[in-house]
Design a protein around this ligand. Structure first.
Ligand SMILES: Nc1ccccc1-c1cnco1
Length: 243
């Protein structure tokens, strides 16, 4: 899989040399290239932005500079997937990560300022590329670089061979039947006057499973009422019958 990231702060992506993504690059599983957008600017000051048509605060990133950059990094023939991190995008989920992990060539355009001229995405779509404008959550960032790091880690870890044990690719952050994970404990059994729940030391697997399921339900109801609404109660009941 090839991934190109274009940014005016390419050093922001240095974290991608570390850990699993860094290993995937070194072993050739992931061909990740980071580019400085200013390399496609043509004036002496290497300008990449300008004032917004229609007025308003801030600056907009220029279509001509982005157009030249994407002409160079998107694959010929419209076979690429352009990802544009933006606060006004669809919320990025594990589903998006799974789909992106199947792509041969992903290009991530990291915008700054008030965003990238809308014609850049429009032109990429017209050229046949898939284009996804994605948000990693409802908060304000200064640019798309952090979102790019999040997305690359999320889909990069799904590439075959990147994570040692493929079983650990099951959605750890969301456990059984669409619930949040239960609380976890390890040695020592008593720490700073705090005890590990007795049931976890009991060796009674059915009780342990039920305790974990109950804690996961409590957490999900308390922290993610949106997930409770989407719960597959039938699957949960089946799980309940199982333990
Ligand atoms: N706030 C931002 C500013 C610039 C580029 C992306 C974002 C973003 C992406 N996901 C949430 O915010």
């Amino acid at each position: 899989m090839r991934v190109d990231v274009v940014s005016i702060f390419p050093d922001y992506l240095a974290a991608l040399d570390l850990s699993l993504v860094g290993k995937a690059r070194r072993t050739g599983l992931l061909d990740l290239r980071v580019h400085d957008l200013r390399g496609w600017a043509t004036d002496r000051h290497r300008t990449v932005d300008d004032t917004p048509f229609g007025g308003g605060a801030g600056m907009v990133m220029r279509p001509d500079v982005w157009g030249r950059a994407l002409d160079d990094v998107l694959p010929a023939g419209g076979a690429g997937h352009l990802v544009v991190p933006t606060p006004s995008g669809e919320v990025f989920t594990q589903r998006h990560a799974e789909r992106l992990a199947l792509e041969a060539h992903v290009v991530i355009a990291c915008g700054r300022y008030e965003g990238i001229d809308a014609r850049v995405a429009e032109r990429a779509r017209a050229a046949g590329h898939r284009v996804s404008e994605l948000s990693i959550g409802d908060y304000v960032l200064n640019g798309g670089e952090v979102a790019a790091l999040v997305m690359i880690e999320a889909f990069g870890r799904l590439l075959p061979g990147v994570v040692g044990n493929p079983h650990s690719l099951v959605e750890e952050s969301h456990g059984a039947a669409g619930l949040l994970e239960y609380p976890v404990y390890t040695k020592p059994p008593a720490w700073e006057g705090l005890e590990v729940p007795e049931v976890l030391l009991s060796g009674h697997h059915a009780r342990i499973e039920r305790w974990r399921r109950d804690r996961a339900l409590e957490r999900t109801a308390a922290r993610r009422p949106d997930m409770v609404a989407a719960l597959d109660v039938a699957a949960l009941d089946k799980a309940d019958l199982a333990v």
